[in-house]
Design a protein around this ligand. Structure first.
Ligand SMILES: Cc1cc2nc3c(=O)[nH]c(=O)nc-3n(C[C@H](O)[C@H](O)[C@H](O)COP(=O)(O)OP(=O)(O)OC[C@H]3O[C@@H](n4cnc5c(N)ncnc54)[C@H](O)[C@@H]3O)c2cc1C
Ligand code: SF4
Length: 578
């Protein structure tokens, strides 16, 4: 990986760590010594880890995040250019296999402070109430150990903290509205509106998306240049790097960047005692902690648990159920491209700005359970070129010809629910990385329901593109968004963590990231992952010292702590329909 030019708090003149042209971290960061026993070590400072860190620091815990990637100084380390953004992704070696192997790397994991929220498109729909009980309703997958109503206040809170822009009335799932107004449409959004309207399909315009439609605190509004997946150098798109990390540091947290956790240490009395990690020069270190929270996402979290096997947990730490690594999910993410007679200029807007969830729920007329969403996507030229190679087998002069027409194409993506299957899993490969740690081996197979759903969703998305007036319509099969592989549940025999993210096996070891999702719906998962993180934080704060000293599990819901929100977020924005 390319090293950042300056790194955390080592800027040229010491006048502030830049998170955008206006947003700065002025203060020095607290540093704990390795010999100190901190309250919490969080492994991974991404979408979930950033929210947890902020909450725990604000409520007075001594908390440290170990982050494998760099602490970005966005003014120096980032460029508004597609080819200069590869450093944002987790591109270390991994082995991929199964009948339908997943493409890994840029398509799924982030690396560096902010994690995947740095390069996400920032679509932020909520999961529907049905997503929490698909086994009860549809006889497939599994029910969650919590309901939509439990997570609902956290959705409402995180939508203000990012904040999310969207329509005043959002009709699907549990209908609600947004406190910040929607974005104006770009060319792809217009195409989706046109196609949906021609077929009488309702469509949501201008959000929900965690991008500023007006300036907010020390962050400026979106300038519609379309470099969202490159990190948003402007600072208009939400990532925990700009939304939660500044307040976490102000509240006394430490983020130790370029620190790769390699093993969780099991200490006395069946409790974890700290985390082993490597610095950027591959030198080994050990940080003591009263409790550990893993927030490394759906591949690195199970990999770390499996790499932490020890006497008593020979098959991987907290893996008495044998489910660590299993029930990994990706969403179907087939892209449908349409060529129009007039220029679309799809890059002149955030890729995420319009969608329909009209086909989200199970429809008894279909030959599959569950459903899908259709969303705008707007690949920049390199990604578009790859799609032309895959979808049209374009090459040489033919590819050049297609690229010359880039401005005439629009792209929609379907987002389809693939069910949780035990054989879709993360295991350890024979290969090792530069630290000598076995890398992840990811196996992925589509099952019957998944294949039928993808086929039905693809046909509908192509129909919408035709209805929008595209002269030529092509498609490329893809997957998006990983979740699962350390799932939560009430039964310790079939899940890794309980409903608060505490591992069933070890009372002071938690998991808090996308890996704990039992199912995934067809909504983008980031908002749900952060809402769960805020709830886990409320639980930990309620439990106080008991997490460090007691093996008793209090399963009562914690009170919602709105006062822990980053300053200037809670209660701001227009009154909205909740
Ligand atoms: C191109 C793209 C577009 C996307 N668009 C959207 C979208 O529009 N909406 C949406 O909701 N979601 C989107 N996502 C998905 C979203 O980014 C992820 O679901 C989300 O970031 C996962 O959050 P997390 O906290 O579980 O993990 P992450 O945010 O990935 O954080 C994990 C962190 O842990 C660190 N880490 C891992 N292992 C270790 C270790 N051993 N030691 C130290 N650190 C470690 C990583 O470096 C990383 O920073 C998109 C993803 C991609 C790839
Ligand atoms: S389009 Fe808006 S959100 Fe996306 S990178 Fe540009 S300024 Fe940021």
């Amino acid at each position: 990986m390319k090293k950042p030019i300056l790194g955390a708090f080592q800027n040229r003149n010491g006048s502030g760590h830049m998170l955008g042209p206006l947003q700065k971290i002025h203060l020095p960061m607290r540093r704990f010594s390795e010999s100190e026993e901190v309250d919490y070590v969080i492994v991974g400072c991404g979408a979930a880890g950033g929210v947890l860190l902020q909450r725990l620091a604000r409520s007075g815990f001594r908390v440290l995040a170990l982050e494998a990637g760099p602490f970005w100084d966005t003014e120096h380390d980032w460029v508004s250019d597609e080819s200069g953004s590869h450093q944002l992704y987790w591109e270390d070696s991994r082995v991929t296999g199964g009948k339908n192997p997943l493409a890994l790397g840029a398509n799924n994991c982030g690396r560096g402070v902010g994690g995947g929220s740095v390069h996400w498109a920032a679509f932020t729909p909520r999961f529907h109430p049905s997503d929490f009980e698909i086994y009860t309703r549809d006889g497939v997958g599994v029910d969650w150990p919590i309901s939509y109503e439990i997570l609902r206040p956290y959705y409402e809170q995180l939508e203000l903290e990012m904040p999310v822009a969207g329509p005043a009335y959002y009709p699907w799932g549990h209908p609600h509205g947004y406190a910040y107004g929607p974005h104006p449409m770009g060319g792809v959004g217009n195409a989706l509106i046109k196609g949906c309207s021609a077929l009488n399909i309702p469509v949501s315009i201008g959000g929900p998306v965690a991008i500023l439609s007006g300036s907010h605190g020390d962050r400026p509004h979106c300038i519609y240049r379309g470099f969202c997946l490159q990190g948003c150098k402007v600072g208009a798109k939400a990532s925990t790097l700009v939304t939660h990390v500044p307040d976490a540091l102000e509240s006394g947290a430490e983020i130790r960047d370029l620190s790769m956790a390699s093993r969780i240490e099991l200490g006395k009395n069946g409790r974890v005692a700290g985390v082993h990690y490597f610095d950027e020069n591959c030198a080994p270190h050990y940080q003591r902690a009263k409790a550990v929270i893993i927030a490394g996402y759906s591949i690195e979290t199970p990999r770390l648990l499996l790499n932490s096997a020890c006497p008593g947990f020979e098959n991987g730490l907290a893996n008495s159920s044998g489910t660590v690594g299993r029930y990994l999910m990706a969403q179907a993410g087939t892209v449908v491209l349409g060529r129009f007679d007039q220029p679309v200029r799809m890059y002149k807007a955030p890729p995420a700005h319009a969608l329909t969830e009209e086909f989200y729920e199970t429809n008894p007329k279909n030959d599959f359970a569950r459903g899908f969403a259709i969303q705008t996507v707007a690949p920049l030229p390199i990604a578009f070129g790859k799609q032309m190679v895959a979808a049209k087998k374009a090459w040489g002069w033919g590819l050049r010809r297609e690229m010359m027409d880039y401005n005439y194409w629009a792209t929609f993506g379907l987002l389809g629910e693939i069910l949780p299957w035990a054989d879709n899993r993360v295991t350890l490969a024979g290969e090792t990385d530069r630290f000598g740690l076995p890398v992840a081996h990811v196996t992925f197979n589509l099952h019957d329901n998944d294949k039928k759903l993808i086929e039905g969703a693809k046909e509908k998305t192509m129909e919408v593109m035709h209805a929008a007036g595209a002269a030529e319509v092509i498609q490329e099969a893809r997957y998006a968004h990983l979740v699962g592989a350390a799932r939560m549940g009430s039964d310790p025999a079939s899940s890794v963590v309980d409903k608060f993210g505490r591992t069933h096996d070890i009372p002071n070891l938690f998991v808090c990231d996308g890996s704990i999702l039992p199912t995934q719906g067809s909504a983008n998962p980031g908002l749900t992952i952060q809402a769960l993180a805020a709830r886990t934080a409320d639980y930990l704060i309620s439990q106080g010292e008991a997490v460090f000293t007691s093996d008793r599990r209090d399963m009562s819901e914690p009170p919602l702590r709105v006062k822990l929100a980053p300053p200037g977020t809670y209660g701001a924005g227009a009154p909205r329909l909740k």
